[in-house]
Write a protein that binds this ligand. Structure first.
Ligand SMILES: Nc1ncnc2c1ncn2[C@@H]1O[C@H](COP(=O)(O)OP(=O)(O)OP(=O)(O)O)[C@@H](O)[C@H]1O
Ligand SMILES: [Mg+2]
Length: 278
């Protein structure tokens, strides 16, 4: 994070930018499902419960106050993501991408504006309720994998199911199925240090998928990977999208963003432009 970089910090702007929504761009179909990544069945399939859009943000502001100065990391973001879309968010360092992802992922709440996730207003929820929604609705993948080093691959993957109080035998079954989905059936008993970077990221992806979330959020998931491993991860994200998953991918790299159906560009905390893939 480029804390305090001059081009990115909008200090105490008095003007509330409540510009009109850009209007929703029709979603681009990703082709027929390939069925290569079957969805893991859970109680109450979210595909039935979730009405599009998955993400509905209006006039979202996020202001940090680390000291006496206010940092407006998001300045009036309005955006929708429909169920089954694959959206990339691009923008320079410090433009607000991670802040946006944290709010999308219910890791944080906006300072003002509204956010409905799968039709539920999450903009003013308590930390407890947010934690519950996160566990149920969202899978995260980060640049740094964020695996627990002492746990084997499948133990890492079962963690979200422990929080969801899923019984142990089912946790193991679903963790193994999820690892198989990402091509790591042969590595389930390896610890993170016994895996390559690309394999660690695949474990992280398996962990993100194991709860069968409505939304998969990936913040620079290929940022630490060599080209071949990055392509593997992007291929998996594309497969997931084709099998009906909603994916939001944050990246600096145009090549990475190119796999998405729609690319949003963010600059100084505002959506600057959007492009729909041809
Ligand atoms: N917890 C925080 N407290 C204060 N300021 C913050 C905090 N988190 C982010 N910021 C500021 O908000 C702005 C947006 O940060 P953010 O991390 O969202 O950028 P980013 O687009 O993800 O950048 P990068 O590409 O470097 O990851 C930056 O100016 C940053 O310094
Ligand atoms: Mg970031």
């Amino acid at each position: 994070m480029a804390a305090g970089s001059a081009d990115s910090v909008a200090v105490d702007l008095a003007v509330d930018d409540m510009s009109e929504p850009t209007g929703r761009v029709p979603r681009v179909e990703g082709g027929e499902p390939t069925g290569r990544i079957p969805r893991v069945d859970v109680d109450g399939d979210p595909t039935l419960a979730v009405r599009s859009p998955v993400i509905d943000m209006k006039h979202l502001w996020k202001t940090y106050r680390p000291g006496s100065l206010a940092v407006h990391a998001l300045r009036g973001v309005t955006l929708n993501v429909d169920r089954g879309e694959f959206v990339a968010v691009m923008g320079p360092s410090g433009s607000g991408k991670s802040t946006l992802m944290h709010i999308m992922g219910c890791l944080d709440i906006p300072t003002s504006g509204t956010y409905e996730l799968s039709g539920e207003d999450v903009s003013e929820m308590s930390e407890n309720s947010l934690a519950h929604i996160r566990n149920r609705e969202i899978g995260f993948v980060f640049q740094q994998y964020n695996l627990l080093p002492r746990l084997t691959a499948w133990r890492n993957v079962e963690l979200p199911l422990m929080y969801a109080r899923v019984p142990a035998p089912e946790r193991r079954r679903r963790a193994l199925a999820s690892l198989q989905q990402v091509g790591l059936a042969e590595r389930v008993d390896h610890r993170p240090t016994e895996l390559s970077g690309g394999q660690q990221q695949r474990v992280a992806l398996a962990r993100a998928l194991v709860t069968n979330p409505a939304l998969l959020l990936a913040d620079e998931p290929t940022g630490n990977l060599d080209t071949a491993s990055a392509l593997e991860i992007l291929g998996l994200l594309q497969d997931l999208h084709r099998s009906g998953r909603t994916v939001v991918l944050i990246t600096h790299e145009p090549d990475v963003a190119a796999v998405a159906g729609r690319v949003l560009r963010i600059r100084d905390g505002q959506i600057d432009s959007e492009e729909v893939a041809a």
